[in-house]
Structure formats: structure tokens, C-alpha cells
Design a protein around this ligand. Structure first.
Ligand code: IMP
Length: 843
């Protein structure tokens, strides 16, 4: 231990308890605007070193944020102390991604301070909403998986689950997307450029993480075989805590993100060799580990830095978890009674061999006990069935970065395959070998690779899918062999979203109307209660107020887009929105085919009685994903043609909203009337955007995919626009030989649409630009069956048009959508995880 560390770790005199310090520490008062104002001024002066007389948004945003952080940390200390006092089991959520978005308003709402802050700022002559413009989105994730992790932390805090989020504090999060000449251009997201007022950097609690090197083996004095990892390189992990408050319950948990710090600046030998610049270069290389988020939703494979990122945060987190456990416990057999670790996808699955290493090599626990501890501790959530998205690592690379872990994985595999042999002793040798090959943690083929999903399944007591259909597909196909082997392991936990952010914060008007009608805001804590607005769907006065809220939200979005993009969209049109990552399986292209079809119909028949539509797209494409980027270009090219064609003016417009992110979603979703959830059935694990839209009263046009199926069960199919082939029908279609050409030949509108795209109608100055997109649908075999669903989609869009003319009926259905979405709160999801996976009781 360094001298510095010894000094800061000096024990407090045991007679002095935390309570006895209370007299010195005066917690900030809660809901008093005057106290808040005083704290804001104090922080502007003392923390920022600035002048409160300069009424700029920057000063006052930071002053307010720091005044809130004071209150959060006080709640956090109380919460953490109570966990120690009660010796509760802790839940650790390991996730390579989080998408918290902005924190100011969320924290004000959770602390019950929104109104006080609003008044305080008004007294200063400032508008609270405008202050939020200063804040950057914390975009430390790609899409659904990262935002889910943030919703889950919010729910854990609100339900009183003793949770911790662990991840990486990337210096550069998700890239900023700008559109230049219709194409996506990626700009670095330097979100840490200014000081982050929500974070506590704990520079004295650095954790050492090792990489590379070799394994030393010897027999110790008690005759035990010992394995010691002699690393080639060490990096330090610095914890950065962001506090996550529960909703008005005085509980606060933390998201601990690790930032890489080089070990080398302490290494004086570099000076001795005179290679100072070399030392600095290596230092930079070490710190690169937490430099940037890999910007791809689904397919990232084989990248050494990515493996290092995964191990880096897993090793630091497990160190922290074990340290905390050891404060009150000394027998590792008790570990699973005190610790639950949820793996958000396979990204943190290296935690399994890491815990084995800590237990067997460091704590000298015997293998069987250690393995039993691991199985009981870990649980794994799967998020995708895309085969190319199931993570693997080349064995050679894995062994270079984590030599001891590779040995441990081989040993886990050897023992596991023995149990497989025993279980299937009745099979023929050939059948057994095939089965073992499919189950093995090591895949053969051109290059041997470690299969992270197989490791996660074998090392966990629970494997869950994120919607009923997705879980069924895991059992029936993706993990079929594992399901046969462990019939009780695979279970479903349908995703949810937090109503604090996705209703209260993003849609204050609707929250106000519901709250006033029910005379309570309890639905924000128990979303099931929202069903009590259902009877009001038949009340014409209520319907009018509901419609007024939607129109006000639409106007808000119109103003936002005017500011951001300089376009003014038609308030009297149906706002038809598809915002999500751009991916072929999500079928933004199908939406484009509809737009072009509508365009043709209007041009062909200028007197056609159409319902005006504004079609809005938003979403990022992975920088290396050619087809997704080309789809963005097509959307923009179609938008250019449609929006400049006088014959469709007032009837149809199309826009691509750049840089879709959490804070933009908060503006777009409440204003949406038609939510596009049109992935090929069987592909979208759950989706959570689908839930956010429906909670905010949008009607869904969608396929029977992911959690949309469960939404339909609750909302009623008659209140949605469902279309297309089901997952089973897609399987049959493909088995019988799907031929996209047949659809092309027999459907004239479809043929015309595709011919226009291929024939450069939208790319006059760039011939052939969109040929690859059309090729993927025809000669390329149309992997996601757009052509098979085209006609059904177009006809269902006609139903949308018809219904929209009956505004009263549309509004009635909108109310029913919101009223029946109670199940999709992340509080319900977390309560299920807590009871069924983590072994915790929640109230
Ligand atoms: P950690 O759990 O060690 O990361 O510490 C988090 C917070 O929990 C500390 O800042 C303390 O407020 C509290 N805490 C840590 N150890 C104890 C303990 O032994 N008893 C009560 N509270 C503790």
C-alpha cells in the first residue's frame, strides 16, 4: 500500500460513529426555494469561482446541479449505511453501456424539488427549462440495451433494491451524427469537455487491473497446486460515481463507471532509461481503454481493445464487490446470499472466469465450491438472436490478453462437457460429439474461438430473454441444446421503461392531465394505476383535453425542429415517426417504400383525399455499416424530392432528424401520433421505444414482434395497426423458399417503387447510388422479408389514414393505449428480476 493510501485510509476512532458526526454536518433542506437559492449562489461562487451577478445559463445550471448533488449525496450516504446496517443482499448490474441522457430535470423530479427549483430560478429571472439546454446528454451507450440499463437503475432506486450499476466512463460516448449532403457524418462526442457536475471522481480508490503476461505454477508449503498470474501490464481503474435517486423515497444508489488511469507515471524506471516520451506514449495507450464507446449495436467482433474494455470494467467491479463483501463476511460460501450479479448481455461475461480466478487462485477456495458460488451468483440477460451478434473471441487473442482466464475457461469447459457426456450417455458417439460441439464454450472452425454466450449460460443460474416471443425463440432455436440440458434456466423478463422519465419528465402536460383526473400522481410509482383513466375514454370533454395535450406536444416538436433543422412541419398532419438505430432488420426501408408509394398516389391523382402526413425518421447507423448508411442517404434523398414537389405540398412531408438521442426522444415521443414498430417478426428481442410511444398515447403500426406482441395482448389488437407475417410464418416462408421476385413481379405499385429507387429517381446526380439497397431486396434475397410484408403494410397504412379522419375515435384509442400500458413499467420488470432471479423481496 502506498504511503498516500495509508494516510487516507487511517481508521476513524471506533468510538466515533457516523451519527456522532451529524451535529457538524447539516443536510441541505429539501423543498425550500430560498435554501435552494442560497446553495446555488454559494456553489456559483465557491465551487465555480464565478460571479452570481452574471446571470448566464451556464453558471446557474452548474450552481443548481451542484446544489442538487449535495442533496443526492446526503441521501446516498443514508441509503448505503442502511445496506450495511441491515446486511442486505446487493444487486450488481454489469453493463458496458448506459444512456442516462440529461440528469437535471430527472433529479429535480425524483427529489420532489422541481417546483421549488422553478420558482428559485424564476426569482433569478431565469427559466428552468432553458437551463437544461446547457446540459449534455450522457450518451454512453448505443441504443435500447444502454437505455434499458438506465431505466433499470431508476427502478432499483425507486423500489428500494440495493442496486449498483457498474460500467465504463467513456471519454467519448456515442458519436454525434450530422447530416452532410444527405449522408451521416460522425463527430466526436466530447461530452466531458466541460465539468460534469453529477459525478464524483474517486481518485484515491484506484483499482489495479492486469493484462497479458503468463501464469506461474507451483506447489505451496501445504502441497496445494497454486496458479499465479504474472501480468505484462497493469492499468488502474478510477471509480467515478453518478448518483441515481429513487422517486421521492429518499433513496439513492450509484452508477459506478470506471475510468482508465495509467500506472506508468509512477514508474520511475522510465526516467532512468531516458525514454520519457516512450513512457508517456504507453501511458496514453493504457488510458485509451476507457477512451471511446464502440459505436455498434449488434456486430463487434474480435477487437482487442474491446476485450480489454470488457475485462477492465469487470475486473475493477469484481474487486469492488469482493471488497464490500469481505467487510462483513469471511466465508465465500455465503457470497451468493449477499451478492447477485446481472450480466447485461455477454459483454461482461468474462466476470465468470474472473470470479473463479479470484476465488480459486487468490482466496484459495476449492474449485467445486467456487464454481457453485459462481453459478448461484451470476445471471445473464440475452438481448439478441442475430447470430452475428453473439460474441466470440479468437482463442489466441483471448490467451494473449487474459492467459489465466483462458485456462480457467478450458477447465470450466472440460468439466462441463463431462456432465454433457454423462447426461447423454444414451446417444450414439457421433450424435454426442455433435452435441458437444454445439454446447462447447470453445467453437472450432477456421479459427478457434471462445463463445461468450455459452460461457454466460453455463456460469449462470438464470438466463433470461427480454420479451415472451424472444424467450421462446431462445428456448426453441438459439439456445435449444442448453434448454434441453437445463430446462429451468431460461426464463422471461419482459423489458419496461421508467414512467418517471418517459411520462413525467418528457410529457408534463399528459402527466398533469392524468394526475388531475385521478387526483393523484401515484401512477408514477405504480404504473398499473394508470388503468383508472380508461373510463374517461368515453368522456368527450376528457377526450378534448387529451387531444389538446397532443396538439401542444406537436407544436413543441414543430418548434424544436424549426430551431434544430430550420423546417416548419404541418401541425394538421399525422405525425408518423420511426426513431431507433438504423438497421436492416428494423426495416426503415419498408417505411420508405410506403412514403414513395404515397407520393406516387398523390402525383397520379392530385385530387386524392389523403390525410396529410409528416413522416419523421431519426437514428444512427454504425459507422462501418454500409447498408444502414445508405438507407439514411435514401431517406434524405426521398425527403428532398418529396418536400420540394409542389403537387404533394400540404399532403406529405418527410424529414430525417439528425442526432437522435435520449433528450431528442423526450421531445419527439410525446408528439407522435403513429409509432412505427415494423421489424421483421422474430428479430427485435423486445424493443422499448414501442413502449414509450404507447404510454404517451401514440397508436402503433407494427408487426407481431418483440414486446409489441405483449402490448397488443393488453391494449387490444383493435386499438393498434398490426400487419405482416408472424415469426412462425416467416420461418415457414423461408423454409419453403422465399422468392422476393415473385412479389416484385405481381405487385405493380411495389415494382414501380423499387424501379424508381433503382432508376435514380432520387439520385439523379449520383447514378446507381441506391442500387445496393434494391439489390439487397431482390437479387440479394431480401433477408428481412420487406417484400413479403409490403402489401399488408400499405393496406394497414390506409386504415391509419381512414381512422385519423375520425379524430374523436383516434383520441379514444389513444387514451386506451396509455391506460393499458401499466405492465410495461421498468418497476414491474425489476420487481420480477428481484423476486425470481436475485432472491430479494420487494414491496
Ligand atoms: P462502499 O460500500 O465501501 O463503496 O461505501 C459506500 C458508502 O457506504 C460509504 O461512503 C459509507 O457511507 C457507507 N459505508 C461503507 N462502509 C460502511 C460500514 O461498514 N457501515 C456503514 N456504512 C458504510
Amino acid at each position: 500500500m502506498s504511503e498516500w493510501k495509508q494516510r487516507v485510509d487511517l481508521p476513524i476512532h471506533p468510538d466515533i460513529s457516523a451519527e456522532s458526526f451529524q451535529w457538524r454536518y447539516c443536510p441541505p433542506s429539501e423543498d425550500d426555494p430560498e435554501a435552494l437559492k442560497a446553495d446555488v449562489i454559494r456553489h456559483i461562487v465557491s465551487t465555480l469561482g464565478s460571479d452570481y451577478a452574471r446571470k448566464n445559463h451556464y453558471n446557474y445550471y452548474y450552481g443548481l446541479a451542484l446544489a442538487l448533488r449535495d442533496r443526492l449525496v446526503e441521501q446516498w450516504l443514508t441509503t448505503q449505511r442502511s445496506y450495511y446496517d441491515e446486511e442486505t443482499k446487493r444487486v450488481y448490474y454489469l453493463s458496458l453501456e448506459y444512456l442516462p441522457g440529461k440528469s437535471l430535470v430527472n433529479n429535480l423530479i425524483c427529489l420532489g424539488l422541481y417546483h421549488a427549483a422553478y420558482r428559485a430560478m424564476a426569482d433569478f429571472g431565469l427559466n428552468l427549462e432553458e437551463l437544461t439546454e446547457v446540459e449534455w446528454d450522457a450518451g454512453l451507450g448505443n441504443g435500447g440495451l444502454g437505455r434499458l440499463a438506465s431505466c433499470y437503475l431508476d427502478s432499483m432506486a425507486t423500489l428500494g433494491v440495493p442496486g449498483y450499476g457498474y460500467g465504463i466512463r467513456y471519454d467519448y460516448g456515442m458519436f454525434n451524427q450530422v447530416i452532410e449532403n444527405g449522408a451521416q457524418v460522425e463527430k466526436a462526442d466530447n461530452w466531458m469537455r466541460t465539468f460534469n457536475p453529477w459525478e464524483f471522481d474517486r481518485g484515491i480508490n484506484l483499482v489495479e487491473v492486469k493484462f497479458g503476461g503468463r501464469v506461474k505454477r507451483w506447489v505451496d508449503e501445504k502441497g496445494r497446486m497454486r496458479n499465479e498470474w504474472i501480468p505484462e501490464n497493469r492499468v488502474r481503474a478510477m471509480p467515478c460515481d453518478t448518483l441515481v435517486p429513487g422517486y421521492r423515497n429518499r433513496r439513492t444508489i450509484n452508477m459506478r463507471l470506471w475510468s482508465a488511469r495509467s500506472d506508468r507515471e509512477f514508474d520511475l524506471s522510465y526516467f532512468n532509461t531516458g525514454d520519457y516520451v516512450g513512457a508517456v506514449e504507453e501511458k496514453v495507450r493504457d488510458e485509451n481503454i476507457s477512451k471511446v464507446l464502440y459505436p455498434s449495436e449488434d456486430v463487434i467482433q474480435g477487437k482487442e481493445l474491446r476485450l480489454k474494455q470488457q475485462y477492465f470494467f469487470v475486473a475493477a467491479s469484481l474487486h469492488d464487490i469482493v471488497r464490500r463483501f469481505k467487510k462483513k463476511n469471511d466465508d465465500f460460501k455465503d457470497f451468493p446470499d449477499k451478492v447477485a450479479i446481472q450480466l447485461n448481455d455477454t459483454h461482461p461475461a468474462v466476470a465468470i472466469p474472473e470470479l473463479m480466478r479470484l476465488l480459486v487462485d487468490v482466496e484459495l477456495v476449492d474449485w467445486d465450491t467456487a464454481w457453485s458460488v459462481c453459478e448461484k451468483t451470476f445471471a445473464y440477460t440475452n438481448h439478441t438472436i442475430l447470430p452475428e451478434a453473439l460474441e466470440t473471441w479468437p482463442v489466441e487473442l483471448f490467451g494473449q490478453v487474459l492467459p489465466r482466464h483462458l485456462e480457467i475457461i478450458y477447465e470450466i469447459n472440460r468439466r462441463f462437457l463431462e456432465t454433457v457426456e454423462a447426461k447423454y450417455a444414451n446417444l450414439s458417439r457421433a450424435e454426442l460429439d455433435e452435441r458437444k460441439q454445439r454446447l462447447s464454450l470453445i467453437g472450432e472452425g477456421k479459427q478457434k474461438h471462445v463463445r461468450m454466450a455459452n460461457l454466460a449460460i453455463v456460469g449462470s443460474h438464470s438466463v433470461n430473454g427480454v420479451a415472451a416471443l424472444h424467450t421462446q425463440i431462445l428456448k426453441d432455436s438459439v439456445f435449444k441444446d442448453f434448454h434441453e440440458l437445463y430446462p429451468d434456466k431460461i426464463n422471461n423478463k419482459t423489458n419496461g421503461v421508467t414512467p418517471r422519465r418517459w411520462l413525467r419528465q418528457s410529457n408534463p402536460r399528459l402527466t398533469g392531465l392524468i394526475g388531475e383526473t385521478l387526483n393523484s400522481e401515484a401512477f408514477l410509482r405504480d404504473l398499473d394505476l394508470i388503468k383508472e383513466i380508461e373510463p374517461y375514454a368515453d368522456d368527450s370533454e376528457f377526450r378534448k383535453r387529451w387531444a389538446d395535450v397532443k396538439r401542444a406536444n406537436k407544436a413543441h416538436l414543430r418548434d424544436y425542429l424549426e430551431r434544430q433543422m430550420g423546417v416548419s412541419i404541418n401541425l394538421d398532419s399525422v405525425f408518423d415517426v420511426q426513431v431507433k438505430r438504423i438497421h436492416e432488420y428494423k426495416r426503415q426501408l419498408l417505411n420508405v417504400l410506403h412514403v414513395v408509394t404515397l407520393f406516387n398516389r398523390i402525383i397520379d391523382n392530385p385530387n386524392i383525399d389523403v390525410t396529410p402526413r409528416t413522416v419523421l425518421f431519426g437514428g444512427k447507423a454504425a459507422p462501418g455499416y454500409f447498408m444502414a448508411k445508405r438507407i439514411i442517404r435514401l431517406i434524405n434523398a426521398v425527403a428532398d424530392v418529396v418536400n420540394s414537389e409542389p403537387r404533394v405540398a400540404g399532403k406529405l412531408e418527410v424529414h430525417f432528424m439528425p442526432n437522435y438521442r435520449v433528450s431528442q426522444a423526450e421531445v419527439v415521443i410525446p408528439a407522435t401520433e403513429l409509432s412505427e414498430q415494423i421489424s421483421m417478426a422474430g428479430m427485435e428481442a423486445s424493443g422499448t421505444g414501442n413502449m414509450k410511444f404507447a404510454i404517451n398515447g401514440a397508436l402503433t403500426i407494427g408487426t407481431l414482434d418483440g414486446a409489441t406482441i405483449e402490448m397488443a395482448e393488453r391494449i387490444g389488437k383493435e386499438n393498434m395497426f398490426l400487419f405482416g407475417n408472424t415469426a412462425d410464418e416467416i420461418v415457414t416462408l423461408k423454409r419453403e423458399g422465399y422468392n422476393p421476385w415473385a412479389y416484385y413481379e405481381k405487385d405493380l405499385e411495389l415494382k414501380r417503387t423499387l424501379d424508381m429507387i433503382a432508376g435514380d429517381f432520387f439520385s439523379r446526380n449520383d447514378p446507381g447510388l441506391f442500387q445496393p439497397l434494391v439489390d439487397s431486396l431482390l437479387s440479394g434475397g431480401d433477408r428481412y422479408c420487406l417484400l413479403a410484408d409490403y402489401r399488408s403494410y400499405i393496406e394497414t397504412q390506409e386504415q391509419v389514414t381512414t381512422l385519423y379522419r375520425d379524430q374523436d375515435e383516434w383520441t379514444r384509442r389513444s387514451i386506451l393505449n396509455t391506460a393499458r400500458m401499466g405492465f410495461f413499467s421498468s418497476d414491474r420488470s425489476i420487481a420480477e428480476y428481484a423476486r425470481n432471479i436475485w432472491g430479494l423481496q420487494v414491496l
